[in-house]
Structure formats: C-alpha cells, structure tokens
Design a protein around this ligand. Structure first.
Ligand code: UD1
Ligand code: CA
Length: 477
C-alpha cells in the first residue's frame, strides 16, 4: 500500500510551539429555531460531523489546556453526544447575550492564561488562522478576528480612530448611520487574557438596544484600560461563516467539500470532477489514485497507489490495496482489500469482508464477514456470508452460502482450488475440500470431499414420445 497523504495539516501545525496553552470557550447556547429540527443546532452535521465537533477539533489541534462549552436550551443532547474528558460544560440559562455566555465559563478559566472565544455554529474556523490570532495576542493583548464585508448588515462593526487603532465594536442596532457604513465586522472570535476578561465581564451592563450583555463591549474597556487591541483576518472568508438554517448548512457543506477536494488534488489525486465528491471522514490516498464522479467516502478510508474508483461508489471504513479497481455503483463497508482486486460494478461488501490480492467480485455479488484468499472470483450474482474461501476458487453465478437457519449463523469453508457450479446453495456449517468441484444446482448439506465432483441435483431424464398439450377447439369434448 502506498504512502497515504491525508491530514498533513494537523501534524504540521501542532508542531509550532507557542510556549503556553490556550483556554478555549465555545459559545453554543443559541437555540437555532430556524433549523426547524429536533436536533440542536450545533449538532447539525457538516461532513457527517456535528458543527460543534469541528470547532472542538480545531480547539484540540491548538492543544487547548481546557475547552469550556457554554450550552443552553436542549443542550443535554449536545453534552451526551460530544462529552469528553477534556471538556468542561457550562450551562447558560437564560441566554442574556454573548457576554453573559462567556461569564458562565469563567469558573473554568485560570487567571494568567489566555482565552480564545469560538462559536459552536461557526464550524469552518481553521487552525492556521487561530494560530495567527494567538500569536497576535501574545500574553497581554486583546486580539480580534475581523473580516471586511461588502454587505456588513447584522454584524458588529469595528470602529477605529484616525490612526487606525481599534477603539470599540458597535452592534448594528446601536450604531449611527456613519458607523453602519463601516465594512469591517467582528467575527466574534477573539483572544484575551483571562484575568482582564474576568474584570471586564464583571463591569458589563445590558444598557443597549437589545438589552443583552454584549461580549463586544469589552473591546472599549480594553482600550480605556490601556490594553492593546490588535486584529487579524482569516485565511479564508468561509472560516467565519455562521449557520442559522439549512440553506446555510448546505452552503457550508459545499464549501467544506470543495476545500477537501482541493486538498486531494494538491496531494495528486485525480478527481474527475472536484465538485462531485463527498468525504465524510478521512480519505487517505496513495499515488495516482483516480476517483470518478459522485463517490461518497465515509469514516476512515485508505486507497493505495493506483486505485481507481468508478462513478457512484459509496466506500466506508475501508483499506484498498494498490492497483485495485472498484467499478461504478459499488458499496463497500468495513472491508479490507488486497492489491489488484477487481470489484463491481454493483458489488457490495459488508462488515468483516477481507479480500486478499487479485480477488474479483462482479455484479450483484454480496460478501459479508468473510475472508477470500487471492485469485478467487465470484463474478455474478452471489452471496458469500460467514465464509472462509481459499485461493483460486471460482464461485459460479447464483451461488449462495445459507449461513442462517433463522436462529443461528454458521460458517462455510471453501478450500483452495474449488470450483463451484452455478446456482449452488452451501448449507452451513459445511466444508468443500481442496480442489473439489460442485455441480451446478447443488444443494450442499454435507461436506464435499477434496478433489471430487459432488452434485446433488436430480438425474436428467428425457421422456420419449411425449407431446405438448394442444388447445381444444370449441365444441370438442
Ligand atoms: C455577535 C456579535 C457581533 C458579531 C456576530 C458575528 C455580540 C454582542 N455581537 O452577534 O459583533 O458580528 O456575533 O456572528 O457579541 N450565544 C450564546 N448565548 C447567548 C447569545 C449567543 O451562547 O446568550 C452564542 C450563539 O449560540 C452563537 C454566538 O453566541 O454561537 C453568537 O450569537 P449570535 O446571536 O449569533 O450573535 P450576535 O449577538 O448576533
Ligand atoms: Ca448572529
């Protein structure tokens, strides 16, 4: 198997030493009514992973010393789904604004550390951007992540003095027309020293247009108190996009998939159309891998050198050896495949399938919980379940292992060099000895001895002089 390329970024980025660790606060108490779903907003998936899971992954890549998630209404489901030893949960009830949300996390934060604030519904935030923000903040500054928007409506505006220094953030509803004209907006992501953050939050009031405790009011306080405020911009605009409804969720899914596809192309993978691939997990590819359109990869998938995947395949948790070809419409799940296999079209491998090298599975062949040794073939319409199949075995069309008696499952053993004629049923537990041949149509309920022909079908007879019935004419007796 070739050297799988993927996930270079996390390894490379975690190696940059910063000399101290970050405390991360993730705001995730918002209700997300506009999702119109029983699933809490931050559990809505991007690439099959909850949005909050993406944010936590970024926090972990930063080697956060602590991650505190502020959750609210319906948040027990969030807790159950994503709880982990490195997460502290802080409940915010009622929800009185972003400043109030961060206050709930304060008991979990240590003075002397720096705190990073992230949003649970802004899932594409990326580690390199956060690293830069962290560096900009150092040990004593307040660092804000901002973006310039053509249409800044709805966002807090970043107000600067004549010298270009940030003096405060004003929310749109509290802004003057001149302030609303500012196109630089607050993304909400910031880094601040914990001790100062604690002091500033203690002084917040809700004396504003929305009657909320605004986290953004701490910027003005920092400036008054002589704490330097610096800004950084994200590498990619999409990093700061929030999700409030299914349309935005779908939009971010496409952006995220586009980024994953570009990464695969950079690694040298051939994608017939980078807009038509979905990776919901981790896909690692060797050299000269080629993937046709509309394939879905789920969980952990490793494709060796020169693997070709035809159109419309779904591949989940699989290792595929070098040179193997998977033809269109195949469905591969929890499977290991050796080199130079030929799979599909329309093949299905289910959990526990292990194929050695040069195994051929053709159309409408299903394999489950079975090991098939090298050079064996099942080219048409077969079910191989709970079986151990040797080398150079030929499994004829329509062959099935009857592995289930309605209550228990049994194994079938097919030794090397066996030839199984078409339409054969192997009633497990049963063994076909090395080099045996089973005649077409056999129902094998006892072991077949090695090297011999076993056949169970009724003898063929021909009836001499037999005539087909003919249709009677009307009136005939
Ligand atoms: C906030 C910022 C605004 C910024 C915008 C970026 C404030 C006052 N305003 O706007 O400057 O441009 O984000 O999107 O901070 N949340 C809680 N508890 C609460 C309120 C919010 O956990 O009581 C969470 C939400 O779930 C969400 C995040 O905080 O993840 C931001 O809340 P949202 O209401 O979207 O932000 P705004 O206040 O509109
Ligand atoms: Ca908002």
């Amino acid at each position: 198997m070739g050297n799988p390329g993927g996930m270079l970024e996390s390894a490379a980025l975690t190696s940059i030493p910063t000399g101290f660790q970050m405390e991360v606060v993730v705001l995730a108490a918002g209700q997300g009514k506009r999702m119109r779903s029983v699933l809490p907003k931050v559990l809505q998936p991007i690439a099959a992973k909850p949005m909050l899971g993406h944010v936590l992954e970024a926090a972990r890549a930063l080697e956060a010393s602590r991650i505190c998630v502020v959750y609210g209404h319906g948040g027990e489901a969030v807790r159950e789904r994503l709880d982990a030893p490195d997460i502290a949960w802080a409940r915010q009830e009622p929800q009185l604004g972003t400043g109030h949300a961060v206050m709930q996390a304060l008991p979990h934060l240590a003075d002397g550390e720096m705190a990073l604030v992230l949003y649970g519904d802004v899932p594409l935030i990326a580690v390199p951007t956060l690293r830069r923000l962290e560096q900009a903040a150092g040990r004593e500054r307040l660092a804000l992540l901002t973006v310039d928007m053509d249409d800044p409506s709805g966002y807090g505006r970043v107000i600067r003095d004549d010298a270009g220094r940030v003096i405060r953030i004003v929310e749109e509803k509290d802004a003057t027309p001149a302030e609303r004209a500012v196109r630089e907006v607050n993304t909400g992501v910031l880094v601040a020293p914990v001790a100062q953050l604690r002091a500033w939050l203690g002084r917040l009031t809700n004396d504003n247009a929305q009657g909320e405790y605004y986290l953004t009011d701490i910027i003005g306080m920092a400036v008054e108190g002589g704490v330097e405020v610096v800004t950084e911009q994200p590498d990619h605009f999409a990093e700061t996009l929030g999700v409030n409804n299914k349309a935005q969720l779908a939009e971010l899914e496409r952006i995220h998939q586009g980024m994953l596809a570009r990464r695969l192309l950079e690694e040298g993978v051939t994608l017939l159309d980078p807009a038509r691939i979905d990776v919901r997990g981790h896909l690692a590819c060797g050299r000269d891998v080629e993937i046709d359109v509309n394939c879905v990869f789920e969980g952990d998938v490793v494709l060796g050198d020169g693997v070709r995947v035809g159109a419309n395949c779904v591949i989940r948790n699989a290792r595929v050896g070098a040179g193997t070809r998977i033809a269109p419409f195949s469905h591969i799940e929890d499977t290991e495949m050796g080199e130079l296999c030929v799979i599909g079209p329309y093949a299905r491998t289910r959990p526990g399938t292990v194929l050695a090298d040069d195994v051929h599975l053709g159309n409408f062949v299903e394999v489950k919980n079975s090991r098939i040794e090298s050079h064996s073939k099942a080219n048409h319409l077969a079910y191989v379940g709970d079986a151990d199949v040797g080398q150079r075995v030929n499994i004829g069309a329509g062959t099935i292992t009857c592995n289930y008696d309605g209550a228990n499952k049994f194994r079938t053993t097919i030794e090397d060099d066996v030839f199984i004629g078409s339409d054969t049923q192997l009633v497990a537990p049963v063994t076909v000895g090395r080099g045996a041949t089973l005649g077409a149509g056999t129902t094998l309920s006892k072991d077949a001895p090695a090297g011999q022909l076993t056949v169970s079908r009724a003898k063929q007879i021909t009836i001499p002089g037999w005539k087909r019935p003919v249709k009677r004419k009307p009136g005939e007796a």
